[in-house]
Ligand binder design. Sequence first.
Ligand code: DGY
Length: 318
Amino acid sequence: MAKPVLFVTRRLPPSIEAQAARDFSARLTPSDVPIADVLAGAAGADAILCCPGDAMDAALIAALPDSVKVIGTFSVGYDHVDLDAARSRGIRVCNTPDVLSVATAECAMLLILAAARRAGEGERMVRSGAWQGWAPTQLLGTQVSGRRLGIFGMGRIGRELARMARGFEMEVHYRDVARLPPELEHDAIFHDNDDSFLPMCEVLSLNAPGGAGTRHWLTGGRIAKLPRGAVVVNAARGSLVDDQALVAALREGHVAAAGLDVYNNEPHLDPAYLGLENVVLLPHLGSATRETRDAMGRIVLAGIAAVLAGQAPRNLVG
Ligand code: DGY
């Protein structure tokens, strides 16, 4: 029997490209396919494997060939795929849950430590040759251990971050639509409103999904409710943040430091961040470990294969 045709929009880890070539008639790509070329690439394909930077919006999905039965995204986040448009075409959508939770939580913890302890400024000082040696008042940051950490979005990644933060003896608070069951909550403290949550957040970590429900959640009004000198980190989606408000708070000092791995309009982040010393900027590498990316590849390929075999895999999101 002929293998199903899979169109892939990006280079994938070598073991995943090899698996795709084994399991599918795979249209692999030597370089990233621009979104304008996705339609041509998908001609006659049964499935598309895309990535967070690919805007699979309503217009593009409406124009996909009838042959396409499933879109798999090489990510846990699927805010770049218009699920309503896919549903109306009868196209299923699957993602890569669970396997990247530890790596992404590690990245959030890295941002917390780097922002609070001014690691970016220190690294730039050493590299530029400006470092004159140890000094009692040099680059004083904020100790993280023992502080209160507020997690906005207590899903799988938020819970991993809470687990790691307990190792730093942080007191964990969280805000989500519903309280976790006791076996998942451990000693984290649930808040059902911003007014009780935000003043607790000496460190605020954004871990909620992107999309219409969380768009620009971190407004100037919410930032004003954080304790003065708070640290803010985002390893979730750039769309959660009102950049103008965060930049203003970083300039004024209400937010002492921020650590960002994700941005509105990636890779064209708001240039104001580049001029701020008190921001650590990473290039969306939350899940970027070899073992995690391999696991993501395996789970998304398995999901696509299952849909094409008429099954409903666990990683279906639409
Ligand atoms: C995801 O999976 O959604 C990340 O943002 C990319 O690793």
